[in-house]
Design a protein around this ligand. Structure first.
Ligand SMILES: *Cc1c(COP(=O)(O)O)cnc(C)c1O
Length: 453
């Protein structure tokens, strides 16, 4: 054989020629030429490296095509954590998804079709929020919970003091700390009390002419136990009202009204009734909607927030407004359904899933078993509230291929085993979960085992 015939570089097709292959036509139409071209270039690189026969370029590209042009992959959340920040927190309801799709083109988000003139942006979502919490005289929505705090701090306390308990100086995750966030607005933090105990007198002593606001932060991702004391909104509010100092309560979770299963989780309606001037929370935590910062409070105060120039920079997208309105008005959000589902039901679903894996003929070493598990709310909500659950237990070496498979499944590795916890899996996803497990059983029957890949 001559060198020419064995040198793979000699037989590398041209990128343009591969891109013009009719088998890639649909992909180019759906995803655009850029994404497909990148994959073609990568595949041709493998041909040059003699890792791929030249004739396999198109099949390799087809295999590597992403789900959609964004490359963001849908993941089945089997961690048992209802609101997993790394997995995008709350899943939207079908009704919310449909509303997002409807709003994604040009839409009347800020337009009155009757008069043909400008209308209040997102009025449907705002009306739905106001209706859900009649205790609020005014409502406003910004980009997220952090943005809500920034807007409140800027409007009420820039260049002045924010009085906050040392027991409520919270890091919300990924290194972001509320005290730093508040200080970034130009407000000065005036810490009162201690880590474990803060009394009403501590607040009263600190409040003065320079106080812009007093902030109550819900310790949403930790608990302090033992010799502790904090001051409830109901005790603080009348004292501050006398002194003309606004009280802002950062609830974190975005719970609008009390939920019987979450007795310790503060909610907007209760905090407002207790006398808070403003409450803030996230849209994508326990409300189960899109990422958003909910602001509810007195009509005048909310109007001040809304009219501040910074409000324009924190403005929410029409897609958010659409999803928020549908979450508020539509069927029960997936996260609330997952919170309320009966553990026995989870057990039955886990049994069905395990049985289907056994039926598909997995090797004896990986026979799935159904085990009791403990789910959690997650993402800054009800840190101490256990959610009884059931899980399908598998060898931990299945974790990675399941994560990387299609559909992608993310479980929880605990004491050397992989748990697929049904508490955070929507019932409509069970079939896809079974498919993901089935394709793995087939793959492992064909060898190599998952761990080797
Ligand atoms: C989650 C949380 C925030 C931040 O809300 P985002 O919507 O993530 O910006 C602020 N405060 C508390 C108490 C939280 O739990």
């Amino acid at each position: 054989m001559s060198t020419a015939a064995t040198d793979p570089r000699r037989s590398v097709p041209r990128t343009d020629a591969v891109l013009a292959d009719p088998r890639l036509e649909a992909a180019v139409a759906e995803l655009g030429p850029r994404i497909v071209k990148e994959l073609v270039v990568a595949a041709l690189g493998r041909v040059r490296g003699a890792e791929l026969p030249a004739g396999q370029v198109v099949p390799a590209v087809l295999e590597a095509l992403p789900h959609n042009a964004s490359g963001m992959v849908p993941v089945i959340n089997a961690t048992g954590v209802l609101l997993h920040t790394n997995l995008g927190r709350a899943a939207l309801s079908d009704a919310a998804v449909a509303s997002v799709v409807a709003a994604s083109g040009t839409t009347d988000v800020e337009f009155d079709r009757a008069t043909g003139t400008r209308a209040r942006r997102g009025r449907g979502a705002l009306a739905a929020l106001a209706q859900a919490v009649p205790e609020a005289g005014g409502v406003h929505v910004v980009n997220n919970g952090a943005a809500a705090l920034v807007l409140a701090a800027t409007v009420l306390a820039a260049g002045r003091e924010i009085v906050v308990s040392r027991g409520e100086m919270v890091e919300i995750g990924d290194g972001f700390r509320l005290p730093d966030l508040l200080a970034s607005t130009g407000a000065r933090l005036r810490e009162v009390g201690t880590t474990n105990r803060t009394a009403l007198a501590d607040y009263v002593d600190a409040v003065g002419a320079d106080t812009g606001l007093v902030l109550k932060v819900h310790p949403s991702n930790f608990v302090v136990r033992g010799f502790t004391a904090s001051v409830p909104v109901a005790d603080l509010a009348p004292v501050l009202r006398e002194r003309g100092v606004p009280l802002v309560a950062d609830l974190g979770s975005g719970l609008l009204r009390r939920h019987p299963l979450l007795p310790d989780e503060p909610d907007a309606a209760t905090a407002l009734r207790a006398g808070a001037d403003l409450v803030t929370g996230s849209g994508d935590k326990l409300l189960g909607g899109p990422q958003a910062g909910l602001m509810l409070g007195g009509a005048e105060l909310v109007e001040r927030l809304r009219r501040h120039p910074l409000a324009r920079a924190l403005r929410v997208d029409k897609l958010t407004l659409a999803a928020l309105e549908a979450t508020l008005r539509g069927p029960v959000a997936p996260v609330v359904r997952a919170l309320e589902v009966d553990a026995d039901e989870l057990r039955a679903r886990a049994e069905r899933i395990a049985q289907s894996v056994r039926d598909s003929g997995c090797e004896p070493a990986v026979v799935p078993v159904v085990v009791p598990s403990a789910g959690a709310v997650g993402a800054g909500g009800a840190p101490e509230q256990p959610l009884p659950s059931w899980a399908v237990q598998l060898p931990s070496r299945w974790a990675r291929p399941l994560r990387e498979g299609t559909p992608s499944v993310v479980g929880r590795v605990e004491r050397g085993a992989l748990l697929l916890d049904l508490r955070s899996v929507q019932p409509e996803q069970d079939a896809a979960l079974i498919r993901a497990l089935g394709s793995l059983v087939t793959a492992s029957a064909d060898s190599p085992p998952p761990a080797a890949r």
